[in-house]
Design a protein. Structure first.
Length: 110
């Protein structure tokens, strides 16, 4: 049976993309994206929850992102979710999740 790992996000850039060039010449960009969920709680008050996503782009997409995406830009993107593990300074194993984006489009402000 086939499985799928695909995510579509539409939100606002929290930190402008930062591009790094690796030793092998590949480029990678990282930035954060905020998405919101709004609902009424039991008391009838509106509650807004913001989720922050770590986004990674590679090579040409990384350069394009650095050129056109700024803090506060609304963007729609697609990609896949991956988890990464590393050891912190104390030697504890840590896990974080990120979206490896394969395409993105800036959106017009509403």
């Amino acid at each position: 049976m086939k499985t799928t790992n695909k995510v579509e996000l539409n939100g606002f850039i929290g930190i402008a993309p930062e591009v790094k060039t690796l030793k092998n010449g590949s480029k990678v960009a990282h930035f954060t994206l905020a998405t919101d969920e709004t609902y009424k709680n039991k008391e009838g008050e509106w509650v807004k929850n913001t989720t922050w996503h770590r986004i990674t782009l590679w090579n040409k997409a990384a350069d394009k992102a650095a050129d056109i995406l700024k803090k506060g830009t609304r963007v729609a993107l697609t990609g896949r979710i991956v988890n990464r593990e590393y050891l912190d300074k104390e030697g504890n194993k840590r896990t974080f999740f990120e979206v490896l984006a394969n395409s993105f489009e800036p959106q017009m402000a509403a």
